[in-house]
Design a protein around this ligand. Structure first.
Ligand SMILES: *[C@@H]1O[C@H](CO)[C@@H](O)[C@H](O)[C@H]1NC(C)=O
Ligand SMILES: *[C@@H]1O[C@H](CO)[C@@H](O)[C@H](O)[C@H]1NC(C)=O
Ligand SMILES: *[C@@H]1O[C@H](CO)[C@@H](O)[C@H](O)[C@H]1NC(C)=O
Length: 248
């Protein structure tokens, strides 16, 4: 639990993140965002220090100080997989690129930045999942949605334009790496109708609208939504609220 001192420190901290509760796609690269307000004073690389840590990890994820990367304390899990962008560091941007995200990368990260334009920390809770947009094909009145990479095991739902649930048939094939390939079919679709296919895990939902344009053609549009609720962050937010009330 955070102490009052820590809470005040976080409130005064100028360091920000575009997303403090991101979901990274397994096997892909992900940028953990950490930066000072854009109007901050410039610094030189020599004067900036950046440290990325991860909760319950002995070593550091990444450290940059005295104008150079410092790998002596780096945990081997992150060796060669992380980098910051030296061209933007003088402006106070300490965002970290994490390559080929693994399941074990999930957890709470802290970005600490010391810069002449301001200093502080920001916490980011990274969750991991695999998700890809499905592609749709139509043949003999059967609409098929195929998505190559999902994790953990997703649920697939089909809806018509009035949000009635339709009976589809879903096949999930798990690769040796544990990733699911999703193939779901809907029988007897009708030309000019729009069907919605949702692929859902606890963290990620893909929503696709497939419009049957002719008896052999279908157009589609997909967007993703991510679960923003975190059991880890809730107690912390509650403390912030109580503290805010005291301030008033
Ligand atoms: C920080 O730098 C990265 C890498 O150049 C860039 O993608 C990102 O948009 C920058 N963030 C901000 C807030 O400027
Ligand atoms: C297509 O239209 C027929 C006739 O109205 C209906 O019975 C059938 O359920 C429709 N197909 C789907 C997938 O909604
Ligand atoms: C998937 O469906 C099962 C059975 O209906 C349900 O128990 C589970 O909570 C669902 N999972 C998600 C992520 O919606």
């Amino acid at each position: 639990m955070a102490s009052l001192g820590q809470i005040i420190f976080y409130i005064l901290s100028l360091v920000q993140s575009l997303n403090r509760l991101p979901v990274a796609n397994l096997g892909k690269d992900y940028m953990l965002s950490c930066f000072l307000p854009p109007d901050s004073e410039q610094s030189t690389l020599q004067e900036v220090s950046v440290t990325w840590r991860k909760e319950s990890l002995e070593g550091v994820v990444y450290r940059y100080e005295d104008g150079a990367e410092s790998t002596s304390e780096q945990d081997s899990e992150y060796s060669g997989r992380v980098e910051i962008f030296r061209d933007v560091v003088p402006k106070g941007n300490a965002s970290l690129l994490l390559r080929k995200v693994r399941r074990s990368d999930a957890g709470k990260y802290t970005c600490s930045l010391s810069h002449s334009g301001g200093s502080g920390k920001v916490n980011i809770i990274l969750r991991t999942a695999a998700f890809t947009a499905p592609t749709f094909t139509l043949s003999n009145g059967v609409l098929t949605a195929e998505a190559s990479r999902w994790f953990p095991r997703p649920n697939v739902t089909w809806l018509d334009a009035d949000d009635n649930v339709l009976q589809g048939s879903t096949d999930l094939q798990q690769s040796s790496a544990g990733i699911f390939r999703v193939v779901s079919t809907l029988q007897s679709v009708n030309v000019s109708d729009i069907y919605t296919c949702s692929i859902k895990t606890e963290l990620v939902v893909s929503h696709s609208d497939a419009t049957v344009t002719t008896d052999s053609d279908v157009t589609m549009e997909t967007y993703f939504t991510f679960n923003a609720a975190s059991p880890l962050i809730a107690p912390y937010l509650r403390i912030m609220c109580v503290f805010y009330v005291y301030l008033l």
